[in-house]
Design a binder for this molecule. Structure first.
Ligand code: CA
Length: 331
């Protein structure tokens, strides 16, 4: 079943503002804090198993370099696809570090001896379904396939693998409590039309400079591009700055993208709300959430800080359908 209420809070990599990203601990905390959907980023192991981690390489979030010295490729990266699931199970996760080894978010969970592991997609789904049952909740999945074109060049059809796994656990229809997300628009179209998925699909929107996929994101944000997206997806997942930007005085200004997407019936789920990494010139977290929910009228947001968004939305009753128009216009 789909979540009944909107807007939705999507726990970006779990409650990763408080616990290392994509750990089951971070996922459990996110449900406890009230998230409607829990995000999984998925990559594939050497033996073809979908695992939940953000990057196609492992060294920024695990001790792979210390445990398997000499297993990096020529570019210095330790690719998940070069390791078996058994090897990956031996890894310890920690807070994300940059390529200099410095912690990216210094105020988050500290370095400890606690063992955080890397889990398969199947394990995470069982874990979330278990908590849903014991808490009588219906937190959904929000599953991203990472670099599908790259995975195929490595011999793995990641979308097919992930769709099969979701289907095995009962997620296969338009009203299944899952969103399927991808940056690669060619792949999104393939998932819908060639692989025949009926799942709700969100087309993520990047910037061409990121080299995230072969998709031309400038074209995708045009009216014609959004028309095409509406043919295979239920919504878009843009970066916050693609919807709204703040000037030097801290005033928000709309780009107009949200309105154009909404006019085509597309949901809008921007990324990523972080209280410790605000968009440029945004005065504070509340200002970001006000601009997104009150001005841009987004349908949900990815956040590292589920509880902050839940608290904000609980104080914002105006979008409930029972509110008289005269009251909502007063806001
Ligand atoms: Ca993601």
């Amino acid at each position: 079943m789909s979540a009944a209420r909107e807007p939705i809070v999507i726990a970006h990599r779990g409650a990763c503002g408080y616990l290392p990203e994509h750990t089951l601990e971070a996922k459990a905390l996110a449900i406890g804090l009230g998230a409607d959907f829990i995000e999984q980023d998925v990559v594939i192991t050497r033996d073809g198993v979908p695992i939940v981690t953000h990057d196609i390489f492992l060294e920024d979030v695990t001790d792979v370099a210390a445990r398997f010295p000499g297993r990096a490729r020529a570019d210095g990266h330790y690719y998940a696809i070069d390791f078996t699931l058994e090897e990956i199970r031996a890894l310890r996760r920690f807070e994300r570090v940059d390529d200099q080894g410095h912690v990216v978010f210094p105020r988050r969970f500290p370095s400890t001896q606690v063992h955080f592991g890397v889990n398969t997609l199947g394990e995470e789904i069982e874990f979330l379904q278990g908590i849903n049952r014991s808490l009588n909740r219906e937190a959904g999945l929000y599953t991203e396939v990472k670099y599908p074109a790259w995975h195929r060049r490595q011999g793995q059809d990641i979308s097919r693998i992930v769709l099969d796994t979701l289907s095995k656990y009962g997620y296969r229809d338009a009203d299944s409590n899952v969103y399927f997300q991808c940056f690669d628009a060619l792949e999104s179209r393939r998932v819908r039309h060639e692989l025949g998925s009926r799942l709700k699909l969100i087309q993520l929107v990047g910037e061409n400079a990121w080299k995230e996929s072969s998709t031309d994101y400038d074209a995708l944000r045009s009216d014609a591009g959004l028309d095409e997206v509406a043919d295979f997806a239920q919504g878009i997942g843009p970066e916050i700055s693609q919807l709204v930007r703040w000037d030097e005085t801290g005033r928000p200004g709309s780009t107009g993208l949200a309105a154009r997407a909404r006019a085509r019936g597309l949901k809008i789920h921007p990324y990523t709300h972080r209280v410790d990494a605000l968009p440029p010139s945004a005065p504070d977290s509340d200002a970001v959430l006000r601009a997104l929910f009150d001005e841009e009228r987004v349908d949900g947001v990815f956040s590292d800080f589920t509880d902050v968004v839940v608290r904000f939305l609980s104080k914002t009753p105006a979008s409930t359908p029972t509110t008289p128009a005269s009251q909502s216009e007063c806001r």
